[in-house]
Design a protein around this ligand. Structure first.
Ligand SMILES: [Zn+2]
Ligand SMILES: [Zn+2]
Length: 534
């Protein structure tokens, strides 16, 4: 019995694991890498033959867990993708959106390439690929133990992260050995607002645990809610527009609910129009509404008063482009639109038309990654090029940080504390500092843990914590050709800069490049006892 870590090791995206048990091979999640330069990584061949896989278990719909499944099907996977019913419905929507975005991007790159006489670019997968992958989606209920493949069974438990999200309890049986491995998936906080609290699981030999916020604490719900209410009510006093860039699955529904509460309390005039401008968001909200019974007790109470949490008074769902453009001519209202980091989607057009106006407000309600338009606005850049136009930022910018759908450090520890057995915690889905902080906190709590690297294989034995000694890291191998290739690149860049020093003003980088060349040569020498350029 073996676990192979295929992604989300030392980073947050690209979640994927291979489980081998007897002759059965099962993939848990098959996610996309979503960093700035990860396009190449998504195109790398799988480390296994797609046709040899018996089944895929999917924890939740987010693309960093599901985004490469259409590719897996395209490459010959013939089994079932087992997941909860809301995930089946949400992932179809997310895959379609992703395929359409990739199509647009490939067309744009192809156009650029053709001017340089370069080859056309094909998207990773097409809408047709998504349609055939969707046929393999198979819904399973929460809390029922289900057979997956010979020797492998699974139970999906609520993870409290987004609608349909699951923790997986997986049982492996080979000869007379039985091992239980639990995958936390992405775990919600202990005090959730929309989702139910993550299921308590008390036994396992191994627990693969996420660590996105393994080194941080979030503000509590009351604090973030008060902050959001203050920002929105004071912004509305200007009788102008409030733009809220938001992920349109889960975060946007939470925002609609918070706005509904504001209207209920009378803190926001019932006359203020609210626009949820996102065709994908409209579809996602329908799915949320269909599965209200799976949401938190706070949601159940709201519903029991005969109210719809995702329909604040004067809300308008916007799908068509014409309706979206019509919002530009309005003077006053709240506009919720994707994408959450303003690096695409309809929010970009709304910002272009309104961010120059000092009476308007922009409220960010989620993480803004480096390099995105959202991050640049948050960091106070005043002159931006938005959707092909130069725009001066004069609107007031606010950031609300507490609406995370992820457990923070204390939430992760509280969930881990439920295990009455002594599992080995395998820490993934986090930047190295977050994973390390969680590992140290688990150690303080008397737990055993390990942080695997991408590609690491772990032999699974009953009583996981006893097997930690056998997780020896593989030596890093520096390939001579690769190293000398890098050295040549450094050398030629240094030469270019030296020759253009007057015009580029970058000559101060030359000594830096030269010392990195020496460092790399020394590292190679230490490891192999030879020179890379010999
Ligand atoms: Zn997620
Ligand atoms: Zn994730």
């Amino acid at each position: 019995m073996r676990l192979k870590v295929l992604g989300a090791a030392g980073e947050v995206t690209g979640s994927s694991y291979l489980l081998e048990c007897g002759g059965s091979r099962v993939i848990v999640d098959c996610g996309m890498f979503q960093g700035r330069d990860d396009e190449k990584k998504n195109r790398e061949p799988f480390l296994f033959s797609a046709a040899s896989i018996d089944a895929v278990l999917l924890t939740h719909a987010h693309l960093d867990h599901s985004g490469r499944i259409p590719l897996l099907v395209k490459e010959g996977f013939k089994g079932k993708v087992m997941t909860t019913l809301p995930t089946v419905e949400l992932v179809r929507v997310l895959w379609h959106d992703s395929a359409n975005l990739m199509k647009e991007e490939a067309e744009w790159k192809t156009k650029k390439n053709s001017r340089k006489g370069l080859a056309p670019v094909a998207p990773l997968y097409s809408v047709d690929d998504v349609d055939s992958a969707a046929k393999s989606l198979t819904a399973v209920g929460y809390d029922e133990k289900t057979g997956v493949a010979p020797g492998v069974s699974v139970r999906f438990r609520d993870a409290g992260h987004i609608l349909g999200s699951a923790i997986l309890e997986v049982w492996l049986e080979e000869d007379d050995k039985q091992v239980k491995i639990v995958f936390s998936g992405d775990l919600g906080p202990q005090n959730t607002v929309m989702e139910r609290t993550p299921a308590i699981i008390s036994s396992a030999d191994y627990v693969v645990i996420e660590s996105t916020y393994g080194d941080r604490l979030h503000k509590n719900t009351g604090e973030s809610r008060a902050e959001f209410h203050d920002v929105i009510t004071s912004a509305l006093k200007d009788k102008a527009k409030v733009f809220i860039p938001s992920f349109v699955v889960d975060r946007a529904q939470r925002i609609l609910y918070e706005l509904a509460l504001l209207k209920d309390e009378g803190a926001m005039s019932s006359g203020v129009p609210i626009f949820f401008d996102s065709p994908m968001g409209v579809k996602a909200t329908e799915i949320y509404r269909k599965h209200m019974n799976l949401l938190s007790s706070e949601m159940q109470q709201y519903l029991s008063q005969g109210k719809d949490p995702f329909a604040p008074e004067r809300l308008k769902y916007v799908s068509s482009v014409e309706e979206s453009q019509a919002i530009n001519s309005l003077k006053h209202g709240v506009i919720v639109a994707g994408s959450g980091m303003a690096n695409g989607g309809r929010i970009v057009h709304h910002l272009k038309h309104g961010i120059w106006n000092p009476k308007n407000h922009v409220v960010f309600v989620g993480y803004q990654a480096h390099g995105t338009l959202g991050r640049r606005i948050v960091e106070g850049e005043k002159n931006l090029r938005i959707a092909g136009e130069d725009v001066t930022v004069k609107a007031q910018v606010h950031t609300i940080n507490g609406f995370s759908a992820h457990a923070d450090k204390n939430d992760l520890l509280a969930w881990a504390d439920n295990f009455a057995t002594s599992p080995l915690f395998i820490i993934t889905h986090g930047e190295p500092a977050s994973s390390l902080a969680l590992s140290e906190a688990l150690k303080d709590a008397g737990r055993t843990s390990a942080i695997p690297f991408a590609g690491q294989e772990i032999e699974l034995e009953p009583n996981g914590s006893a097997s930690v000694h056998r997780m020896t890291p593989q030596p890093i191998v520096l390939v001579k050709e690769e190293v000398s290739g890098i050295l040549t690149d450094i050398q030629s860049l240094a030469l270019k800069l030296e020759n253009n020093s007057v015009s580029s003003g970058l000559d101060s980088l030359v000594p830096l490049l030269k010392s990195s060349k020496i460092l790399l040569e020394t590292a190679y020498d230490r490891m192999t006892g030879s020179r890379p350029t010999d």
